[in-house]
Ligand binder design. Structure first.
Ligand code: GAP
Length: 508
């Protein structure tokens, strides 16, 4: 068997499976697609919805201290001035004047090529699993090309943001391999601008939100005034966010339109924010494991103090081992009272909570777990994917592709399969079961082709169970079906009530 980690070109396999089986399509594909935008197909939309629903149930319904809201995507432009996004939500952009390619300076690396202590040129490479190796190889190549004798020093990898004004003209563009075409980095604001109303001038400029979080801050007073929340409490939201990313890449990992699940947890200014931060860090990791991500693929990255976002006291990212490297999945930030203070200042409306014990008004502090649904989707797909050798009914070895998705999030929970399509007794019983199941669960009815083929189809779609209505169902006592389990491929007889009990236990 080969699993995610062992499949060469896993990303290619995932993109191809996603398209073939209707999980994800490129957006506007008939027009050549649009970089950084994607559509979710019939299976994808179910998987994505299940991820969201699981999070909402666990974060909002099953907790007593978190409420949910849904705020507008376009908000008053002042929101983004107050939050700091208008001035500071930028990435360092580098242009290649020859190829017209654009790079993020913090994802572009370079090194001086030093031979016998003397710099003889520069090499560059884009961020990858092996940036240092690529730069070293490029340095060796440059030495050969220039036919310089002497000892080549091991390269010292530097981010393009650290390049001096003298060095920039000497660093080759990754697109052309030639120096002289890269511009110095400039701040590029990632917010998508739009105009609200009939007039298109500076007064009508607004933005598609780059994060859902500001909705929770701006509605903080509304929630406090209209519900019975007491500190500490959280406000959660799921919704679309938009960022004009310079380099959208790695399929849905970094896109320009994506979905976030964020929760702002308001705590008393005197509360132990570090302990609270740790608690949420653990909650988030446990939750990822509960939807089927392997703990072995998760790790933590503590942001060094000098690289913290302007609003953060501490940020720890939960990292996931994606096929293209270990990358951020979920950021858990301690945002202090930065946002509420800013909105208080810009709106003139006090953003306070009345502390009964101290008989005083306080501006709460915030712990924020913020995650992208699409990043979870990709993590789930990558770790669930496997290709394995199996034997068909005649004992011949064949390959099956299987998505070992947790029943909690699998797009289809059960497939109902009548053994034969043209035997009414079988199809009637199968349809009756299908009708009953689909009142409660996402179920598929499939009577097309050999039973083995139908099992494979469901394996590839991640369906945890198939139920086959066969001759034993209609001829023997007990009204039992064959339950075929996706991962072990084991089969056993099961009654209708046992099937419902199994689903009740495993799906929610
Ligand atoms: N409110 C804080 C905030 O938005 P962030 O780290 O910029 O923090 C939170 O984003 C999460 O949103 C990330 O950890 C990631 O899962 C997801 N995310 C951010 N940018 C994304 C993008 N361009 N495409 C897909 N997901 C993204």
């Amino acid at each position: 068997m080969s699993n995610a980690a062992e499949t060469p070109n896993l990303m290619e396999a995932l993109v191809s499976l996603a398209k073939r089986r209707g999980f994800i399509y490129p957006s506007s594909e008939i027009y050549g697609g649009l970089n950084g935008f994607f559509d979710y197909g019939p299976l994808g939309v179910e998987l994505k919805r299940n991820i969201r629903d699981c999070w909402w149930r666990d974060m909002v319904h099953r907790r007593e201290d978190v409420v949910g809201i849904e705020t507008s995507i376009i908000m008053h432009p002042k929101v983004w001035e107050a939050s700091g996004h208008v001035a500071g939500f930028t990435d360092p952009l580098v242009d290649c004047k020859v190829s017209k390619q654009r790079y993020r300076a913090d994802q572009l690396f370079f090194a001086a090529v030093v031979i016998d202590g003397k710099t003889v040129g520069y090499v560059s490479a884009l961020e990858s699993e092996n940036t240092a190796g690529e730069l070293q190889a490029a340095a060796e190549q440059l030495k050969r090309k220039k036919a310089i004798q002497g000892a080549l020093e091991p390269v010292k990898v530097r981010e393009f943001t650290e390049a001096t004004a003298d060095e920039i003209p000497l660093i080759p563009s990754p697109a052309t391999g030639e120096p002289g075409s890269l511009t110095p980095p400039r701040a590029f604001n990632m917010m998508f601008e739009t105009n609200v109303g009939a007039l298109k001038d500076a007064s009508s400029v607004s933005y598609l939100r780059p994060e859902t979080a500001q909705g929770m801050f701006v509605d903080f007073k509304n929630v406090v005034d209209t519900t019975r929340v007491k500190l500490p409490f959280g406000i959660a939201q799921i919704g679309k966010s938009f960022r004009n990313e310079i380099t959208p890449r790695n399929f849905i990992f970094r896109s320009r339109e994506f979905e976030q699940m964020e929760m702002e947890y308001f705590i008393h200014p005197d509360a132990d924010w570090l302990a609270c931060h740790e608690e949420w860090l653990k909650w988030c990791q446990d939750w990822l494991i509960s939807i089927g991500l392997p703990a072995s693929h998760l790790s933590l990255h503590e942001h060094p103090k000098e690289k913290l976002a302007f609003y953060s006291r501490r940020t720890v990212d939960i990292m996931f081992k994606y096929p293209f490297g270990v990358q951020e999945l979920w950021g858990i930030a301690a945002r202090s009272d930065y946002d509420l203070q800013q909105h208080q200042k810009f709106s003139g409306v006090p953003q306070v909570f009345f502390d009964e014990a101290a008989k005083a008004k306080v501006v709460p502090h915030v712990i924020e777990p913020a995650v992208g649904v699409d990043r979870i989707f990709l993590a789930v797909l990558a770790s669930a994917y496997a290709v394995e050798d199996v034997k068909d009914e005649k004992g011949n070895v064949e390959q099956r592709t299987v998505l070992r998705l947790s029943p909690r999030i699998a797009p289809t929970k059960v497939a109902v399969l009548p053994l034969l399509k043209n035997k009414e007794q079988l199809t009637n019983r199968a349809k009756a079961l299908y009708t009953k199941l689909k009142k409660r669960y996402a179920v598929q009815y499939d009577d097309g082709g050999a039973i083995g083929k139908r099992y494979r189809r469901q394996d590839e779609a991640g369906t945890p169970w198939c139920v086959t209505i066969d001759f034993d169902t209609i001829e023997k006592e007990g009204d039992t079906f064959t339950l075929r389990e996706r991962d072990s491929m084991a089969q056993r007889r099961i009654t209708e009530s046992e099937l419902f009990a199994l689903l009740e236990e495993q799906v929610y």
